[in-house]
Ligand binder design. Structure first.
Ligand code: MRU
Length: 342
């Protein structure tokens, strides 16, 4: 993901086309960026935040030099924030960009816009550094040859580079370590089968795709030494909101005595939310469950469908939260308070 300065565009890989086609999209309009986030052309909590930061910078450039610059900026911010409700990185990045505008309100719009460019690029670069640090901490918890199970895609594609849950694997692989990675296909949008498998296989990592309902069996077989997942929002008590199906994996891991680790940058921790029950969970269209990916619908027309995109893993099931600031062990509420300085 990058800012194309020449074309003044946000450049992303269209993740809806993977693994079949690697297509780059060059987005210049705020509506296009909103749509790309809503349709999951760009997805994964950190990636959404970076896309929104670059998107609001581009919107500010378009807002021009008029007296209504502040209002136009805030309208664009609100609009981009409405693209998806769960991943807090979206709001975190937009709030960070808005803080620049508010702090320099007396400056001419062109100067504020220049500062917004610097901030958007800082958010992008910091994401790489945070993911690398998460990778280092995560790597300290596993050893060469380990079997790792992951859910959804929290890798390169979900961030600017490295990923969160896949960062330890990518870093270890770069250093010549070998892991056996099992990736849940991740129904209904198949981020595991399409995206995690794509990026792991392209990097030469030993990868096995399993259907979501096979996780118990691979754990029972003794093939899994640790579970690594990402997060879309972590509440102050350590409850973790992540891709639908994550909480089931955590319950299974507890049953089989396998450590369950959550990897996320501090920008995913929302200390304003006391517990997971207060996190807004996105519900998506029925077609994702009944017909997307299939030649013919797999359920009768008009049947009621429940399609929550995320679930909450109770903090008691989480062995550690791995952030760029260190590894937080239970009691998670105390650790999160210390790390976040609240
Ligand atoms: O709906 P998605 O594909 O955006 O959901 C993504 C996830 O749930 C990821 O696990 C999470 O954002 C962490 S990405 C580093």
């Amino acid at each position: 993901m990058a800012l194309d300065e020449e074309r003044q565009a946000l450049v992303i890989i269209d993740q809806t086309k993977l693994p079949g086609r690697m297509e780059l999209l060059s987005l210049t309009e705020t509506e296009e960026i909103h749509r790309a986030i809503r349709l999951l052309q760009v997805r994964g909590a950190p990636a959404i935040g970076v896309a929104a930061a670059i998107g609001i910078y581009l919107a500010a450039r378009k807002a021009g030099n008029g007296g209504d610059f502040y209002e136009r900026f805030m309208d664009a911010k609100e609009y981009l924030a409405s693209a998806r409700p769960t991943a807090v990185n979206l709001f975190w990045a937009l709030d960070r960009m808005a803080a620049v505008v508010t702090a320099h309100r007396e400056l001419p719009p062109a100067e504020i816009t220049a500062l917004l460019r610097v901030e958007a690029l800082a958010i992008r670069d910091e994401d790489i550094a945070m993911c690398r640090a998460i990778g280092e901490y995560g790597l300290s918890l596993i050893k060469d040859g380990d079997g790792i199970l992951t859910h959804c895609n929290a890798g390169h594609l979900a961030t600017v580079r490295y990923g969160t849950a896949l960062a330890p694997i990518h870093l270890g692989h770069e250093r010549g370590m070998g892991f056996r990675v099992y990736t849940d296909e991740t129904r209904p949008l198949l981020q595991g089968a399409r995206l995690s498998a794509f990026e792991l296989v392209s990097h030469g990592v030993d990868t096995t795709v399993i259907c979501d309902n096979m996780a118990s069996q691979v754990m029972k077989n003794g093939w899994i030494d640790a579970v690594f997942v990402g997060a879309d929002r972590i509440a102050a008590n350590g409850d973790v909101c992540n891709k639908i199906g994550t909480s089931g994996v955590a319950i299974l891991a507890k049953h089989y005595g396998i450590p369950f680790y959550v990897c996320a940058p501090s920008s995913t921790i929302d200390m304003k939310i006391a517990g997971g029950g207060d996190i807004p969970i996105e519900e998506r269209g029925a077609g994702e469950v009944t017909e997307m990916w299939y030649r013919e619908p797999v359920a009768p027309a008009g049947v009621r469908v429940y399609n929550p995109a995320f679930d909450i893993t109770d903090h008691e099931l989480v062995g550690a939260i791995i952030t760029e600031r260190g590894i937080i062990r239970p009691p998670l509420a105390d650790g999160l308070r210390q790390v976040m300085g609240d």
